[in-house]
Write a new protein. Sequence first.
Length: 460
Amino acid sequence: MAPAERIVIENCAIATVDADDTEYATGHLVLSGDRIESVGAGPAPEGLTGVTRRIDAAGHLATPGLVNTHHHFYQWLTRGLATDHNLFDWLVALYPTWARIDEDMVSAGARGSLAMMARGGVTTAMDHHYVYPRGTGDLSGAIVRAARDTGVRFTLARGSMDRGESDGGLPPDFAVESLDDALAATEATVSEHHDPSFGALTQVAVAPCSPFSVSTELMKQGAELARRLGVRLHTHGSETVEEEKFCHELFGMGPTEYFESTGWLGEDVWMAHCVHMNDSDIDAFARTGTGVAHCPSSNARLAAGIARVPDLLTAGVPVGLGVDGTASNESGELHTELRNALLVARLGPHRESALTTRQALRLGTYGGAQVLGRAREIGSLESGKLADLVLWRMDTLAHASIADPVAALVLGAPAPVTASFVGGRQIVADGVLLHVDEERLARTTREQARRLARITAGDC
């Protein structure tokens, strides 16, 4: 077998985000095939063979690629609507539009969402897609193909809803599935798209939408299905005070107790938001290893509140960052969430002691890898891990006078991405996506957004 080709990156600052938070003021990385061969201080070792490319990364910071842990790609087509609503009013306003999506729209929304994240340093993305109107095509396949074409590593959280308007839910009845159909379609999606191997580009999770849009039976059988198939579980949890009230009224218990009663706490589970959690809830997540996707911008946009991230981390709960759907985070970028996570946390009771810049970077990298169950593969720059990394340019006007490059990345203006690699394959060069025509994609997403608006208005 021929030796793998090597890429050598030198002369950059490096934040490895390993267990010791090892950093190098000036260091090197050697990529061999799809793996990191070595990382360390100073120049790369001499005498390396098979070097096909050398990158002088002076003026840059190298970090692990960013990992997004919660998103709704289709919402790319409904940005800028219901901007002054809380969660429930926002859902009521937008579900009639979302219920009209089809395969072409979902494909465009996925490609727009993925492109925006990838050009901003995301190397692993996920999509929680739960709207499957009848007769609208292969929505899951469209999303998976979009991720493959963009070049990112990807988890599809195959969502579902079986509680429509006639059962007291929010979505129209024609946009929800029956219990049996949802379970069967989810199992088929896992069978077709999930790759359990080390270095997989596509994985699938079982993901009923939320306690107020699915039946208890779908929650229970969904958990059983995921564990039978050996995949992870994802849903929304404890996002608003209204949700907590709903759970008490309908189930006679709070959200965390309800999740535990349905089999939805465990090391194979992660929940989006988790804003309104008491000490007992946090203890339950820590005891069971349940993860959290923290979405600070969306939480603020929908006035949901400030999540207790410092307390979650202190308790040992795995926490990653999420963009959330771009109908509640119009920028669609994860690197801005590093800054927002830190700033929003400091508005809470811990104030300046809430989060450090290093903790914010860890949330967006290794924390996300933990939440997705891929910490052995990605999330830190270490020998043997997958070569998913980003070179951020730090010598421009925006950052050159900030002495600490990690502080510059987290607190400064969004840093330009000079290079982004997924499994050693470059997907971004000088801020431009290498496998996506951005201008053409912009036209397509605009056309599909307008088409969705026309259909919703009854003008086909």
